[in-house]
Structures are given as C-alpha cells and as structure tokens.
Design a protein around this ligand. Structure first.
Ligand SMILES: [Zn+2]
Length: 343
C-alpha cells in the first residue's frame, strides 16, 4: 500500500490546548505521525511518497472563502496584535445565540467567528501544515483514482471536525471531505466511513444535504463525548441528502463485540448506497488506553477492523485522523492497514 506523507506537519506543534478549565499539554502532536511513519517503514507496508501540490481550487470546492482567508493569515494577524512571542492563537468570544456572526473585523472577531472550541490553537506553521495535509489526502485520492486498491494519507493536522466554515477539534481543513469532493468531480461515487472515537461533525455537515456522498460514523455518543452538539442517531441527512447520513453513537467502554455489530450495520448501508470508492476517516482513539477517549478496543481488534473494511472489496483511501496513545498508535494504525491488505 502506498503511504503519502509530508514532513511539513512538523511545523504545526502547539504545545498546549485549553480544556477542562485550564491549559493542558497538547495531545495532537507531531510524534503521532512520526511514530506511525516509522512503523509503516518497519513493517514494510509499501512506498512512502511525498504529496503533490493541488493548489487552492480543491480546498475552495469544500471550504468557505472567509475561513480559508482567515486561516491563511491568522497567525500573522495574531502576532501583530499580541507580539512576536505571543502564545498560540485561541479565541476568547464566539457569536453564540443572540449575537451576530461577523466574518470580518479584527483577529479576535474573526477567530471567534470561525472557531468552535478552545482546543485548536493556531501557530505560525499551522496553515502550511493544514495545506500539506489536504495535499496528502488529495494525492492518496489521486493514486486511488489511478487504480490502487488501497492508499494511506498519513496527514496531520486531522480534518474531520472542520466544516465548510468552522474549524475545531484539532482540525482546520477537512482533508477527507476535500478528497471526497475531488473524487466526485472525477465521476466517482464515494462513501465515507468515520471510525474515529469522535463524531465527524465537519464531514457530516459538508455533505448533509447531498445524495452523492454517503457518510457513516461510529463514535462515542455525543451525550457524553466531544463534539457534544452533533452526531446523534436522528441525524439522517436533509433534502437531497435525506438517507445519506448514518450515525451510530455507541456507549462508553464499547468493546469489539458491540463495535463489530455496529460496523456490520454501517456496511449494510454503505453497500446499499453502492459506492465505487470508500474513504475511511481512520481515527485510532477507540483504543482501550487512549488518554482522551472511552472505548475498549484492543490491539488485535484493529487487524479485524482492517479485514472487515477490506472485505467490502472497494478501492479504499485511509485518511489519518485522531488517536493519542503514542505507545500503541503506530502498531494499531498499521494493524488496520495490514488487516485491509489481507482482508
Ligand atoms: Zn477523535
């Protein structure tokens, strides 16, 4: 399997995030991708290739121009306001109910307008890393369109929480949505399967009113899990997209048995949609010892997950998302990919 990877992600390394009422050490760190890269090489999964440049257009097909414009300037505007040594940019106020959404204005206005949490800081290298992550997903999508059976976009920062015009959840640009849209424009019919512990709210909202991309997500029930405000079972799509969205919120401490039965249900709906490509938001934070999540999948379960995905017999693009246990992350990630190849 070809892996696409750019070291530009190293430029995005906020040291901390604000959560639980205080600054905490960041968990979405460069060591995540570095560890997986080393394991891909150690287990000889296949060639590791640099991404190509796809330019601004594929991003503009998914994301609002105001968000893209802001993200590209955010760090510079922040440092102009708070000084060259300023800490990472994090919003302090949002246009919640009763307030006015304002895409223009000073950096505090714009960051509040486009962010939905305090866990997604912007540093000097964030924009370059986000662009490289989108190009990594696009390159892996292109290889798939050219006939590969499976490809892996080892992209960071992750993407599935970013919607068309809002960033958050460690995500700035929605890598998998950008790849899916690019494939649609090449005449393909994608289904997206999101196996990250957290609901892929950004991906869902981007395709929610569309019939040409199916979205299925297995995740911690938002009644107790981030992102709290989307990902419930009654969200089925709207308008043309009615029936093309499937949420399977799962209980705390979900183990492989319960997970596998939800996965079977997801694939019955994916198969009914009759896609010709499968895109997997590959989050590994379902692991039993993940520091920020509460599922109970074990190391070997990731081989079975890959086998089941491979059993769908669809050209498959894996896009790296969450997963924060730095010790286990390399092994469980490559377990999925090897399971797929053997499945
Ligand atoms: Zn996650």
């Amino acid at each position: 399997m070809k892996t696409f990877y750019s070291p530009t992600h190293l430029e995005h390394a906020p040291p901390e995030e604000f959560e639980g009422g205080r600054m905490n050490p960041a968990v979405e760190v460069p060591a995540r991708a570095l560890g997986v890269l080393a394991e891909v090489e150690r287990r000889r999964l296949g060639p590791v290739l640099p991404p190509a440049e796809f330019g601004a257009e594929p991003i503009a097909r998914v994301h609002d121009a105001g968000l893209v414009g802001f993200l590209s300037q955010a760090s510079e505007l922040w440092r102009k306001r708070y000084g060259e040594d300023a800490p990472p940019a994090i919003p302090s106020a949002w246009p919640a109910r009763g307030l006015r959404s304002r895409p223009d204005g000073d950096v505090e206005t714009r960051i509040g307008n486009y962010a939905f949490d305090t866990a997604t800081p912007i540093v000097k290298g964030t924009w370059r890393a986000a662009l490289a992550a989108a190009n990594t997903a696009l390159s892996a999508a292109e290889a798939l369109a050219n006939g590969e059976r499976g490809t892996f976009a080892l992209a960071r920062p992750p993407g599935h929480h970013a919607s068309s015009d809002v960033f958050g959840g460690y995500c700035y640009l929605n890598n998998i949505a950008i790849a899916a849209q690019w494939l649609v424009e090449r005449g393909l019919r994608p289904a997206i399967l999101d196996v990250d512990y957290h609901h892929g709210n950004g991906t869902q909202s981007i395709f929610y009113r569309r019939a040409d991309v199916f979205f299925a997500s297995l995740h911690g029930d938002p009644s107790f899990a981030y992102p709290h405000f989307l990902g419930f079972a009654d969200e089925c799509g709207e308008g043309d997209g009615d029936g093309a969205n499937l949420n399977l919120p799962l209980a705390m401490y979900t183990d492989w048995r319960a997970y596998a039965s939800a996965l079977t249900l997801a694939f019955s709906r994916i198969n009914a949609f009759a896609p010709d490509v499968l895109l997997v938001s590959l989050g590994l934070d379902t692991f039993e010892a993940d520091p920020i999540s509460k599922f109970s999948l074990g190391t070997k379960d990731y081989l079975r997950l890959g086998e089941i995905i491979g059993g769908a017999r669809l050209p498959t693009l894996f896009v790296f998302e969450g997963g924060y246990n730095l010790t286990a992350l390399p092994e469980i990630t490559v377990n999925v990919l090897e399971g797929f190849e053997g499945g």
